[in-house]
Design a protein around this ligand. Structure first.
Ligand code: AP5
Ligand code: MG
Length: 216
């Protein structure tokens, strides 16, 4: 089953994807993570992407589409992908339709984590990620462990685009470019709304209920 998880910046797409991946044996395709990997390479392309991400705008559809095709074309991941943060505009939604058709796959479910801007600002300002394993934490809501080999304080990093100004710009970009994609999937009867404003576990409970129904 391929799933799309939607929601504004900081809604919890990555957090929920982590749970879904382990429970349903899916692969998380986060275009944000793939773009950040390109930035880490410090290539010319990476430098261009870095500037765009830190302005709160979207990276070009061509770049993103190539990254997505690399994963979709992997036969081992056939119908086992959770798309996190993709597609992000109508043109990407159409690109994805073509790619799914080319690789004989389909989307079974689109989840929308509805979350308001005030909550998002707090979540984004408290987010930390482990530089060793990538796990996401939050200094207000989801503290990292105090012991162990991984995720200790010295390994935790803040994303460069995680400041209030860029977060507001990302939210505006989401409203303008990404919200229309919800309608695209609503018309296909694939969209399920989820309240993204409750606790991490409560949201996961709601999501797994929806997935279980579809799998049954
Ligand atoms: P991307 O990395 O996708 O960022 P985003 O969409 O802004 O979303 P985030 O990753 O910030 O939030 P999230 O929803 O994953 O929340 P998380 O689970 O971490 O994209 C970054 C940039 O890359 C874009 O702005 C764009 O420039 C570019 N880009 C990416 N994809 C693109 C595409 N397809 N096309 C073009 N450009 C693209 O949670 C956030 C925090 O809240 C964490 O600290 C977490 O612990 C906490 N938290 C989560 N859930 C809860 C809860 N229920 N209660 C309390 N705390 C919670
Ligand atoms: Mg994320």
């Amino acid at each position: 089953m391929n799933i799309v998880i939607f929601g504004p910046p900081g809604a919890g797409k990555g957090t929920q994807s982590d749970f879904i991946v382990s429970k349903y044996n899916l692969f998380q395709l986060s275009t944000g993570n793939l773009l950040r990997k390109e930035i880490e390479k410090k290539s010319e392309l990476g430098l261009r992407i870095d500037k765009i991400i830190n302005s709160g705008n979207l990276v070009s559809d061509d770049i993103v589409s190539k990254l997505v095709e690399r994963v979709l074309s992997n036969k081992k991941l056939n119908n086992k992908i959770i798309f996190d943060g993709y597609p992000r505009n109508l043109s990407q939604a159409n690109d994805l339709e073509k790619l799914l058709n080319d690789y004989d796959q389909k989307i079974s479910l689109v989840l929308n984590l509805k979350t308001n801007l005030e909550i998002i600002k707090k979540r984004i300002s408290g987010r930390l990620a482990c530089s060793k394993c990538g796990k996401i934490y939050n200094k207000f809501f989801n503290s990292p462990p105090k012991n162990g080999d991984c995720c200790l304080e010295e390994f935790l990093v803040k994303r460069k685009d995680d400041n209030i100004d860029v977060a507001i710009k990302r939210f505006t970009t989401y409203e303008k470019e990404t919200i229309p994609v919800l309608d695209f999937y609503k018309k296909k009867n694939l969209l399920k709304e989820v309240n993204g404003e409750t606790s991490i576990l409560q949201i996961y409970k709601e999501i797994s209920g929806i997935i279980n129904l579809i799998e049954a």
